[in-house]
Structure formats: structure tokens, C-alpha cells
Design a protein around this ligand. Sequence first.
Ligand SMILES: C[S@@+](CC[C@H](N)C(=O)[O-])C[C@H]1O[C@@H](n2cnc3c(N)ncnc32)[C@H](O)[C@@H]1O
Length: 449
Amino acid sequence: MLDRAFSARRTQPHSLFDVPTSSAVSDVSPDAESADLLADESKTKKPHLYVLASNYMSRLGLVKSPCLCLSLCLLLSVFMLFSLMLNSRSFVCLSSYDPISRASFFGLDGLDSDFGSLGVPWCRSKQGKTVEWTSKDLVKGLEEFVPIYETRPIKNNMHGMGFDHSFGLWFIAQWLKPDIMIESGAFKGHSTWVMRQAMPDTPIISLTPRHPEKYLKKGPAYVDENCTYFAGKDFVDFGSVDWERVLKKHGISDFSKVLVFFDDHQNELKRLKQALKAGFNHLIFEDNYDTGTGDHYSLRQICDQFYIRGGGHSCFKDSDEARIRSKRKKFWEKAVDIDELCGPHEAWWGVSGEMRDNFNHNNTPISYGEHFQNSRFVESILDVYWELPPAAGPSLTHQTRYDPARAPTPIVEDGRYRMFKRLGLDRLERSVFNGYTQMVYLRISKPET
Ligand SMILES: C[S@@+](CC[C@H](N)C(=O)[O-])C[C@H]1O[C@@H](n2cnc3c(N)ncnc32)[C@H](O)[C@@H]1O
């Protein structure tokens, strides 16, 4: 069952340029997708506008000299291009003196390489396994999920999941087909609803301090009929539950058929150790914050290490990294510059050298040595590490939050508007694309002795 999700394929290299999910779209071959490609290509083969206009005006006899006509049309085209850039809703306001970021934003790439010296770390797994699903499966999944998402009961899920992670949770749950799903951190119940859409008859256990039904008094919320809630006065933290006993009540003895979803903003190292101790294998962490950001220590942060490709940072103020960071910060809300990245004594790991926990109510300064050991521990239990790519590139979704250079290549890459539209993604409000934080799926097992 769940085992079908994994293959012994080697994890592909993962840097800024070749993360495991890169070329998400180019893998997709058949039918409509090929049609999209052809249609896009055909556009580039059309004669230039000014040539067409010149021919047309000449034909009308409006301008007798072909040279004069051509010049007039060139001027007209330049004017139209500028007016389109200034007025179109498709263009966000980018400063004009930064051609690299502007070009990068519009997907005119190769320019992502500008961020290449920072790279993107990717946690190493024991055997180098990766997930079984392909980019083609993700595209198909998007097509199926968009109409489902449109029926969500909580339209405005501010402080909860947006579209990208809702899709990720739905996709992984329906692929793995677990016997039971556990969630830690339900808020108004949107993620419970997403899991229910993936698995209509599978029981859910939800741990959350405030029962979602409480939110119903003020507005939309979701309470599931086939869900056991440990909420309100019955709330128990994930780490304190006797899972053997609770799951036995549900007739579950095989923990490899359980999917655990964490969206509770707790230190992910702590959660990982608790899940391992309980015997769970399949975990999803909703907020897999990048180094220097977020309110809890994350897998992404833990694996940001010099010895992992794409990992490690420099706090040197005149470094390439410092220059690139300050540039990117102008365009992406979650990008951090070197001053935010680095704490006292040039501590860049975690968040300025801190291991954060519980919505940043607790934060413990840790040494680089401890941070390094944490990564080694994580590697010793990881069978699979897979970051969900964003659904679509920022020039399509208009998101301005996450820095695309610190994320896997989107499922629908920038410039693929026809595909974006075909999948129905153009029907969604822009705000739903603003919550991407590298959701991650892990498969774990006890360390080999
Ligand atoms: C970001 S919200 C969850 C959003 C939700 N998954 C969604 O998609 O809408 C975080 C939730 O975690 C809950 N929480 C706080 N501490 C927790 C804990 N120790 N265990 C489980 N949930 C916790 C909060 O009350 C809040 O409802």
C-alpha cells in the first residue's frame, strides 16, 4: 500500500538549478500538454507585429515609403510594449534599475543562477530513495484538485494553508492511501477538510488546542464526522499521546499505514523524534521554513549545512551572498538579507543561531556543533525527503512572498500561461498562492545500527 510510493531511484542532485522536482513540466508529454507546448511555440513563429503592420499600411497606401512605414511601426510597437508593461495587471511593480531581478521574476532565466552561490540544501536520505510520483502525476493531480479546492468551505483561510500546501496534502494523502490520518494543528479545520477530500472514508485523528467547532460561531469552519478530536479540554500534545492505545481503538496495529500531518509550529526535530519513537513512518510538515525565517526549527534549516550541496552560509558583509541577498529582499517578502540571517558571532543556522519552538514562544541558542549533529541525526533516520514544489511560477500566480530561487522549480513553470489556464489555476484568487513554505514529505525509520 504505502510502500508503492517509493522507488529505489537515486535522489537526483539538488541545487538551485537541479532540484529533484525541476523540469516539472518538461517531463509531461501527452495530449493537451503537448498541444500547449506547440501552441506556445507557434506564437514565437508568428511574424513580428511591426512587419505585419507595415505590410498592412503599405497595402492601404497610407505610407508610400516602406522605410518610413517601417520606422513608424517600430515606434508604435515600442510604445505599445511600454504601455502594456505599465498598465497590465499581470505586471507587479518592480524597480526598473534591477534588470536581474526583473528578468528573473518574469522567468527569463538562467538568471536564477544569480542566486546560485547560495544554493538550496536538500536533506540526504539513507539509501538515496525518492518518491514514486512524477511531475506528470503532479500536473494531473492539479487538474483534479482545482475544482475540489473551489468547493472548500473556508474561503479565506488566513493563518492556515493556502492553495499550494492544500494541494500537496491532498496529493500525498490520496497517493499513499493510508489506513488512518493524524493531524496536529487544525485551526478552523481546513486541513482536515483537505484530507477528507483525499480519503472520503478514512478515519482522522485531530489534535488541536481549540476545537474547530468553536470557530463556527464566528464564521466558516469545518468539523468532520469521522474524526476523533483531541481538542479543547481533551487536547493532548502529539508527544504525550499513547499512540499504541489510541490506534488500537481504531483497529490499527500497522503504523506504516498511518500518515501524520504536522501544522502545529513546533520544533520539527522534536516532532521527528516523537514520531520515530512512536513508530510512525510517513510524515508531512506543513511549514518547512527556510534558514533565517519562521517560528520553529525546520527540516530545511536542519539540512542547511556546509557539507550538503547548496547548504551553509557566509556572514561576511562584502560577500557575494550578502550582495545577492540584499538585492532579492527587494522583491520577495520572505527573502532575508545578511543582517537578518546572521545573529551574534556570525551564527546563521536556524534563525540567527536559534532553534525556535512553539510559535517562537521558546527559542534556544544552539552552537554550530549541535546544529551539525542534528543534521547527522536526521540523515540517520531519513528514507525519503521530498519538498513539494510551488504549484506555479510567480509570474503566473503573482505571489511576491517566497523567493523562487530558494524553492524547487514550480509544477507549472513561468511562461506556461496556457497550461496554468488549462488546469483552472487562473480561476483562483491571487491571495491563495501566498502561503508557500516548502511543505515536506518524509519517510523515516529507525537508524541502522
Ligand atoms: C497554522 S494553524 C493550523 C492551520 C490548519 N492546518 C489549516 O490548514 O488551516 C496552527 C494550529 O496549531 C495549533 N496548535 C498550537 N499548539 C499546538 C500543539 N502543541 N499541538 C497541536 N496543535 C497546536 C494552533 O492552535 C493552531 O490551530
